[in-house]
Design a protein. Sequence first.
Length: 143
Amino acid sequence: MRIAVLLALLVTVARADDRLRQYDGQIVISPDPIPTVADDLPGFLKAQAAKDGHYELIKGPPWKINLIGFLSKDPGTTPVRLELAEKGAKTAMHSLDVRAKGKIVVASTTATTQAGFEANKTYVLQLVAGGAVLAKAELLLRN
């Protein structure tokens, strides 16, 4: 049921008005779940989006990462990956396949110390398709 609701949100958002275009190329990160009703999304984004692309999550480990990515271009049928890397690192420490609907990606994951994540460190999150970075953000994990 949750998958059907999420897919309905993605279809609605993919057809959304120009208010969401300001987020192209950005990943919005929140400890709160992404709304499943399209009408709630603009208010959620206004409250959660960081103008500078830097986010902080507290109350971890583990850290629950909910994100909505607005790709700078539609990847078409090219697979999209979420890559997480320590800030300044040249390679990702973790990567996972995510589903894009048009230019929108909604995903949730958990960062744990067992996976190598540490408190008081900054990580770069990128949505990548065909070798091109289509959206990014920075995330500081805190206790």
